[in-house]
Each structure stands twice: as structure tokens, then as C-alpha cells.
Write a protein that binds this ligand. Structure first.
Ligand SMILES: Cc1cc2nc3c(=O)[nH]c(=O)nc-3n(C[C@H](O)[C@H](O)[C@H](O)COP(=O)(O)OP(=O)(O)OC[C@H]3O[C@@H](n4cnc5c(N)ncnc54)[C@H](O)[C@@H]3O)c2cc1C
Length: 398
């Protein structure tokens, strides 16, 4: 019989178990993990560096269908979880506002958790796939065999299922009467039908990207856009991707509008182009934008090969407009297999301020299985860690 069973040894489950034991060493805690090791997803975060937080912890970086303000105080005070991480041996440093482990290695974060949980005598059963969670006479029964007074669902969302997060937690919570907000992939690439996308595959370019929804600009992000043979990606595109699947589901028209030279206004661009009036237009442009982009834009306008001085002012205006408004139609997002985080999930409205189920006493949920997602920049791990602390504090006080 266990005091607490945590399903999932990912980011949230590992921290939750550590704090439970730190707060009360007499608690009998078991983690059940289907993989053969802890933190398979955690070990690949932040391009292998694990971006585990941010200096800017404004609540606007988080999204949910519910009211998140009741968690704002804890979520936006990053010292809460950084202090715990320090105790575990995970010291952080800042890089451009983002927080990373000093080791610069996501895998070392997993190792620190492993060592610490062992030191605290937390039992972890690896290669254990939870398929069934029931409650009978005040006791939870897992897979018809292991019993506990409290169960914490820390199974993650649906993104990157090869790391173990296949969406099982949603089924469990649904079975206990919880509402699951519709799931969509987020922080992923956007597939485009732009005619010349193959010509610009491989280009990476710093620019200002905007998301247009039915012709109205909804969001703008600065950063590097990476062009592939059929899509655009990069952190700024990931951040724009959050609602795209939902909008496409609703039949809305989505475009990514790219301002390739946001530092130049129209007049400055025109002056720049006109100063090379003996050049072919694509050559004139390639002094200021990547030559593949210059070629795609001029092909699109059917001006490729024309010398600048032969162009009319209207034609030059068209070129300037395209450079500042390269328009890519979006046909879909990357799937869950290629998305960093899941939008939607178990509605916060069905949980108390301690993240205990209002449908079933002793049942808790933490991390990505809940309907909270964040932008790129460490916000998703911030939520995983903060929610883990909220639940560990509640259970260990009982
Ligand atoms: C490529 C990539 C890069 C990312 N980079 C960052 C980043 O730099 N910063 C950031 O903030 N976020 C990042 N994220 C998002 C972040 O990793 C997740 O939001 C976070 O790991 C969620 O934590 P979690 O504990 O809820 O779930 P997870 O970390 O996914 O852990 C869930 C665990 O539950 C286990 N499990 C699931 N079902 C069962 C079952 N039935 N039985 C037993 N065990 C089960 C899984 O095997 C898994 O180990 C990234 C995601 C990806 C895919």
C-alpha cells in the first residue's frame, strides 16, 4: 500500500516525487513509468540543453481555456521551483533571458533527478505501463494490483508520443468525469502551399513573421524563420502555431506574412533598390535578403531577370510590398509527432487550487496533461514544475 502513486516519471512526476519526500520522508511514494528510464522527453528539451525557465514570467506567456489567474502567483514566481531544483543539484544560468542548467545538458537534469530520487528512497518501477486506474472504498487500484491512497496523473500530453506521452492521462481523467478540452498540436512547423517553397528550402532568415487569420493579423513574432521543402519552422513560427490547427478546423484561412527586412520602411527599400538600377532586380535584392528569397519573390511577380531601370514605379512598389509582406498560405500544422506541446487537455475548472480533482478525492493531475500550454522559452517546463510543487505541498501536508 502506497501513500502516493505518481503515474509518469517525466518532468512533473519526478519533481513531485522529490518534493513529497523532501517535505515528509515518511511518505511511501511510488512512481510508475512505462519507459525504461526517467525523463525521456525531458532529455531532449531545448535542443538537448533543457530550457527550464525564463526571466520574463508574465502570465501572458501561458494559455488555457480556463481562468489561470488563481495559479498566477505561484506560476510567475520562478524562484519557487528553482529553489527546489537547486536542492536536487540542478543549478541554472541565464542565456538571453532563458534559463538553462549550468551543465547545458538536458540529460544531466534527468541524471540529477534519478540520483536524488534514489537518495530519497523513492521507488520507481520502470517498464510499467499503467492501463487502468480505479477507485474502490477510498483506495485507488492501479492495473488491478497496486493500491494507494492518492494518485497523481503526470503522464504528459500527446506530443512526441515516442517519448511515452501518448495521451493516456486524458482517458483516466475522462473516466473519473473530467472535461477534456479539445487537443491540438502546438509549437510545431506550418506546412505551406507557397508555390516557390521548394526553391527556398534550406534558407534561414531573421525576420518579422505575422499570423493572418481570415485576413486579420492576429500575432507577430520576431526571429529566425527556417524554410523547408514544404513548410516554415523556427521558434517564431512555433509560437505562431498554437491556434492554427483549431482555426483550420473552423474553416478559417491562415497565412504567414513575412516581413523580410523589418528594419527598412517602404521608402528606404525603394531607395535601396533604385540605387542598383543597372542590376537585375533579383541581384539588387540579394544584397539585402537571401538570394533564394530574392529569386522566389521576383519569380512570383514575374519580374525575374528584369533590370531595375526597366521597371515601372508600380512594379518596384510591388517588389517592396512583397519583401515586406511575403505571403505563405498555411495548409496544416505539424502533427502531434512533431509538436513540442499539446494545446487543450484536462480542464482546470475540474480541479481545486491544489490541483485535486473535484470529481474524485485523492486524484491529482500535473504538467502537460492539464489544459495549460506555454510559448517556447521554458514556459512548459515552468508549468510542469510549478504544478508538481502545488500538488506535492498539498499531499505532504495531509
Ligand atoms: C522536442 C521537445 C523539446 C522541448 N523543449 C522544451 C524546452 O526547452 N522548454 C520547455 O519548457 N518545454 C519544452 N518542451 C515541452 C516539455 O518537455 C513538456 O511540456 C514537459 O516535459 C511536460 O512534462 P510532463 O511531466 O507533463 O510530461 P512528460 O515529461 O511527457 O512525462 C510524462 C511521462 O509519463 C509517462 N507515461 C505516460 N503514460 C504512461 C502510462 N500509461 N504508464 C506509465 N507511464 C506513463 C511517459 O512515459 C513520460 O515519461 C519540449 C518538448 C519537446 C517534445
Amino acid at each position: 500500500m502506497y501513500d502516493v502513486i505518481i503515474v509518469g516519471a517525466g518532468a512533473s512526476g519526478s519533481l513531485c516525487a522529490s518534493i513529497l519526500k523532501l517535505n515528509n520522508k515518511n511518505l511511501n511514494v511510488l512512481i510508475l513509468e512505462k519507459n525504461d528510464k526517467l525523463g525521456k522527453k525531458l532529455s531532449i528539451t531545448g535542443n538537448g540543453r533543457c530550457n527550464l525557465g525564463n526571466l520574463d514570467m508574465d502570465i501572458g506567456n501561458f494559455n488555457t481555456n480556463s481562468d489561470i489567474t488563481r495559479f498566477e502567483k505561484k506560476l510567475c514566481k520562478r524562484e519557487n521551483y528553482l529553489d527546489y531544483l537547486k536542492q536536487i543539484g540542478i543549478v541554472v544560468k541565464e542565456d538571453n533571458g532563458r534559463l538553462y542548467p549550468y551543465s547545458n545538458q538536458a540529460i544531466s537534469v534527468c541524471k540529477s533527478f534519478e540520483r536524488y530520487l534514489e537518495h530519497l528512497n523513492v521507488k520507481i518501477k520502470y517498464n510499467y505501463n499503467v492501463t487502468n486506474v480505479k477507485k474502490e472504498n477510498d483506495l485507488f487500484i492501479i492495473n488491478d494490483s497496486i493500491k494507494a491512497y492518492n494518485v497523481v496523473i503526470a503522464t504528459g500530453g500527446k506530443s512526441y508520443p515516442k517519448t511515452g506521452s501518448t495521451g493516456f492521462g486524458y482517458d483516466v481523467l475522462k473516466g473519473f468525469g473530467h472535461k477534456i478540452e479539445k487537443l491540438y498540436p502546438s509549437l510545431t512547423y506550418l506546412k505551406t502551399d507557397y508555390k516557390y517553397i521548394k526553391d527556398i528550402a534550406g534558407v534561414r532568415f531573421d525576420c518579422l513573421a505575422s499570423l493572418s487569420v481570415d485576413g486579420v493579423i492576429e500575432e507577430k513574432e520576431h526571429g529566425q524563420v527556417q524554410f523547408t521543402k514544404d513548410s516554415v519552422s523556427g521558434i517564431c513560427i512555433f509560437n505562431l502555431s498554437r491556434n492554427v490547427s483549431k482555426y483550420l478546423d473552423e474553416g478559417k484561412k491562415i497565412n504567414v506574412i513575412i516581413n523580410l527586412v523589418p528594419e527598412y520602411n517602404d521608402d528606404e527599400l525603394k531607395t535601396y533598390i533604385n540605387s542598383f538600377n543597372e542590376y537585375k532586380i533579383e541581384d539588387a535584392l540579394s544584397g539585402i535578403i537571401n538570394n533564394k528569397l530574392a529569386s522566389a519573390i521576383t519569380k512570383e511577380l514575374k519580374l525575374n531577370g528584369k533590370v531595375v531601370r526597366q521597371l515601372t514605379q508600380d512594379q518596384i512598389n510591388d517588389v517592396v510590398f512583397k519583401v515586406n509582406n511575403m505571403n505563405l498560405g498555411v495548409i496544416c500544422t505539424g502533427s502531434f509527432d512533431a509538436s513540442q506541446v499539446t494545446v487543450g487537455g484536462a480542464s482546470l475548472d475540474y480541479f481545486t487550487d491544489d490541483l485535486e480533482s473535484i470529481k474524485c478525492k485523492g486524484l491529482y493531475a500535473i504538467g502537460e496533461v492539464l489544459d495549460v500550454d506555454g510559448k517556447c522559452g521554458g514556459y512548459n517546463l515552468a508549468w510542469a514544475f510549478t504544478s508538481a510543487i502545488i500538488v506535492a505541498d498539498k499531499i505532504s501536508k495531509m
